[in-house]
Design a protein around this ligand. Structure first.
Ligand SMILES: Cc1ncc(C[n+]2csc(CCOP(=O)(O)OP(=O)(O)O)c2C)c(N)n1
Length: 298
């Protein structure tokens, strides 16, 4: 693998303290919401990587989580429910020099937006996706989400659920994400470290942050997520996909949540593959769609 693929060589960097990445807009989540931890972790990571806010684009769908871009000093787009992925893909392909970060909820990413997730991962679109996973629909007041525990009672499942929850990290490992990590949002040190590494990773970086919803999820409290934490130790081989899946399955079997970097690999990103294709068909100036279609013919 060429060294060009190994790091985000193009990142525009500055030196700013994390407080300077905070937008003037006052954050307005409920008291005790885990999403505050995600925001603090992100602001710290931005400062540690030294991302130039002029080259940062923060994109979300709809949800309490969807408000996050308001609070970050960056270009920002609060898009449609579940559609942050396609919008962010367009931004990234049009301007590969920008640093694109998606933040969104478990409903946004894995219910209505679930059809987009495999494609962001398999195409290896160069961006950081932070899932703010509170196991519930927060904004619309507590309906069950695809990551809700079966035994949870909600306005849409008053007797408890009848569907098994899905596992975002197992899905992203299977879909081909090149960086997959998870942490409890209250562990801001680990969360910011994983976000930082994800931003420096060239490719699609997915970070699942377990975030308590004190208003609508009485089961998955901060205490629960903290107690369920199983930190991956140094013996875990992050280059081994089977080991990553095994680590998740083993932790789950014990009712725990693996925390740390699960998997990391390198392969060309979609914008690199497209640039290569354009080069092969005669350069950008002579860009000819017919030639591309001819090349694609069997
Ligand atoms: C097309 C469409 N369908 C449904 C909704 C209603 N809606 C808004 S946010 C949301 C789910 C929010 O849950 P989640 O994505 O998990 O984020 P959270 O609020 O928990 O952070 C829903 C169903 C909508 N805004 N647009």
């Amino acid at each position: 693998m060429s060294t060009a693929l190994q790091a985000q060589t193009h990142l525009h960097r500055v030196e700013l303290p994390s407080k300077d990445y905070k937008d003037d807009t006052t954050s307005f989540w409920c008291a005790g919401c885990g999403h505050y931890g995600v925001l603090t972790g992100l602001l710290r990571a931005l400062s540690e990587v030294g991302i130039d806010p002029n080259y940062l684009v923060s994109i979300s769908g709809i949800g309490c989580s969807g408000r996050l871009p308001y609070f970050v000093r960056s270009y920002k787009m609060h898009t449609l429910h579940g559609r942050a992925g396609p919008v962010a893909t367009g931004v990234q392909l049009a301007r590969p020099d920008l640093n694109v970060v998606i933040t969104g909820g478990d409903g946004d990413g894995f219910s209505i937006g679930g059809g987009h997730m495999p494609h962001l991962a398999r195409k290896n679109i160069n961006m950081t996706y932070i899932l703010m996973d509170n196991h519930v629909y927060g904004l619309t007041k507590g309906q069950c989400s695809p990551t809700s525990r079966k035994e949870m009672k909600t306005p849409t499942t008053p007797y408890g659920g009848v569907e098994a929850p899905l596992d975002p990290v197992l899905y992203m490992l299977t879909y081909g994400a090149t960086y997959v990590a998870q942490a409890f949002a209250g562990n801001v040190k680990l969360a910011s470290q994983l976000i930082k590494d994800g931003m420096e990773h060239k490719g699609f970086a997915f970070i699942n942050l377990l975030s308590q919803c004190p208003s609508f999820n009485e089961m998955d409290t901060a205490k629960h997520f903290k107690n369920a934490t199983a930190i991956l130790d140094d013996s875990h081989d992050v280059s081994d996909l089977d080991a990553a899946m095994h680590a998740v399955n083993m932790a789950r079997r014990e009712g725990r949540e693996p925390n740390g970097l699960l998997y990391k690999t390198e392969r060309p990103t979609l914008d690199q593959n497209m640039a290569e294709l354009v080069k092969n068909v005669g350069g950008h100036k002579d860009y000819d769609l017919r030639k591309i279609i001819d090349l694609a013919r069997p």
